[in-house]
Design a binder for this molecule. Structure first.
Ligand SMILES: Cc1ncc(COP(=O)(O)O)c(C=O)c1O
Length: 383
C-alpha cells in the first residue's frame, strides 16, 4: 500500500453498517433509501438489457443520456449544455469527483474543502498529491466565516470543492455566499467542483442555486451530480460531470483511463428518469419534507440539540446535552443498546475534535423505518 493511501482507514460507513447488521439496528446511518426506484424507471433498465444494450457504452455516455442531461440542465437551471462537449457520464458522482480532482490539480496544489465534508473528497485530493485546506462550516448554523474563507486562499490555491445541498449538514449555499466564493476564486484563479447530488431535495423556502449558472462561475466550475439520490437507485452508480469543453475534455481524459465507460443499460433508464414530469419532482420533495418532519419530531423529543436541514436527507444532532462521549462511542452505543444506527460526524472533519459531539441521522427511509427508529429513540435519555 502506498504511503498516501496508508493514512486512510476503512470507511466509517462500512464499520457502522456492519455493526448495525450484527445488532439488527434500524439503519439511519448510511444514506441509501430503503424504498425502491420508480417502477417505470426500473422497467426501462430491464428493457435496455432485453434490447441488447449490454456492451460498452460510449466512453463519455450514451447519446440518449447526454441529450437528457442537457434538457434537464436547461429545464431546471436555464443552463445551456452541448451534449457532445459539456458532459461526461461517470460511474456515480463518486467517479466524477475522482476524475475531476485528478484532472484539475498538480501535486502540491492546494484545495479548499468545507468541513464537515463528504468522506471521499479528502482521500481523492491526497491521492492526487494535493494539499487539503479545510474551512469549517460553524455550528449551529453550519455556515462559513468569510474572513476564514479569505484567509484559506493563497497563490497555491487551485481548486475549491463546494457541495450544495451539503452532506452532512443540510446547508444550502445562498446566492450571496456563492458570489463571495466566486469573487475569491476569480481573484486567485481557482477552479470549483460543485457537488450537487441532492439538487432536487431542497426544503422551502430555500432554493437550490446551481453555482455554474452564476455569472463568472461557468468557466471555472465542474458541476457533478448523479441519478442515485433523485431516483432512489444509489446502486446503479450513474453520475456525471458538466462544464466547459476544456474542463470536460480533462475529465474525460481521466475517465477513459479509470473505468472507460459506465454501465450501459442504466444510461437509458436515467435518461428516461431525468425527463419525468414535474409532478415526479414535486412528489419527491413532498415525500422528503414529510420524512424530514417525522424524524425532526422524533428527535425533538430527545435531549439532543437538533439542526434543521435546508436540503439533502440528513439531520445533524449535537449529543453534548446527553453525554460526554464522543460521537463514535455514542453511535456504537446507540446501535448496541437501543438499536438505531447513525454516523459519527467527526469522521467528516479534518480535525476530528471539531465534530466530536455531532452525529448524523439520515431520513431517506420508509415511514415505518422512521417510526421504528422514533420508538426506539424514546429511551435515548437513559443512555
Ligand atoms: C455529497 C455526496 N457526493 C457524492 C456522493 C456519491 O454519489 P454516487 O453514489 O452517485 O457516487 C454522495 C453519496 O452519498 C454524497 O453524499
Amino acid at each position: 500500500m502506498n504511503s498516501r493511501l496508508a493514512q486512510f482507514g476503512s470507511s466509517v460507513f462500512a464499520e457502522m453498517t456492519a455493526l448495525a447488521r450484527a445488532h439488527h439496528a434500524v439503519n439511519l446511518g448510511q444514506g441509501f433509501p430503503d424504498f425502491d426506484t420508480p417502477a417505470e424507471v426500473k422497467e426501462i433498465a430491464m428493457r435496455a438489457i432485453a434490447d441488447g444494450h449490454n456492451q460498452y457504452a460510449v466512453s463519455h455516455g450514451e447519446p440518449v443520456l447526454r441529450a437528457a442531461l442537457a434538457e434537464h440542465a436547461e429545464r431546471f437551471y436555464n443552463q445551456p449544455l452541448n451534449p457532445d462537449e459539456n458532459i461526461c457520464v461517470t460511474s456515480g458522482a463518486s467517479e466524477a469527483l475522482w476524475c475531476a480532482i485528478q484532472a484539475c490539480i498538480n501535486p502540491g496544489d492546494e484545495v479548499i474543502v468545507f468541513e464537515p465534508s463528504f468522506d471521499v473528497y479528502i482521500p481523492n485530493i491526497v491521492m492526487a498529491g494535493g494539499v487539503v485546506v479545510p474551512v469549517t462550516l460553524h455550528a449551529p448554523s453550519f455556515r462559513f466565516n468569510r474572513e476564514e474563507l479569505r484567509a484559506a486562499f493563497s497563490k497555491r490555491t487551485r481548486l475549491l470543492i463546494l457541495n450544495t445541498p451539503h452532506n452532512p449538514t443540510g446547508t444550502v449555499f445562498t446566492r450571496d455566499e456563492i458570489e463571495f466564493i466566486r469573487d475569491l476564486c476569480a481573484e486567485y484563479g481557482a477552479l470549483v467542483i460543485s457537488d450537487e447530488v441532492y439538487e432536487h431535495i431542497v426544503f422551502a423556502p430555500n432554493a437550490h442555486i446551481r453555482p455554474a449558472t452564476i455569472e463568472g462561475m461557468g468557466e471555472r466550475t465542474i458541476t457533478i451530480s448523479s441519478g442515485g439520490k433523485t431516483f432512489s437507485c444509489t446502486g446503479w452508480k450513474c453520475g456525471w460531470a458538466l462544464g466547459t469543453k476544456p474542463l470536460i475534455d480533462a475529465v474525460r481524459r481521466v475517465h477513459q483511463f479509470t473505468v472507460f465507460a459506465g454501465a450501459t443499460p442504466f444510461h437509458y433508464a436515467i435518461a428516461h428518469a431525468l425527463r419525468l414530469t414535474d409532478s415526479f419532482y414535486m412528489q419527491l420533495l413532498s415525500d422528503y419534507t414529510r420524512r424530514k418532519d417525522m424524524l425532526l419530531a422524533a428527535l425533538r423529543q430527545t435531549p439532543l440539540h437538533i439542526h434543521e436541514p435546508e436540503g439533502a436527507y440528513f439531520i445533524t444532532a449535537d449529543i453534548s446535552p446527553l453525554t460526554t462521549d464522543d460521537g463514535i462511542t455514542f453511535s456504537k452505543r446507540m446501535i448496541t443498546e437501543i438499536g438505531v444506527a447513525t454516523i459519527p460526524s467527526q469522521k467528516f472533519y479534518v480535525n476530528e475534535e471539531h465534530g466530536r459531539s455531532l452525529i448524523r441521522f439520515c431520513f431517506c427511509k420508509k415511514d415505518e423505518t422512521l417510526n421504528k427508529a422514533a420508538e426506539r429513540m424514546l429511551s435515548l435519555s437513559s443512555l
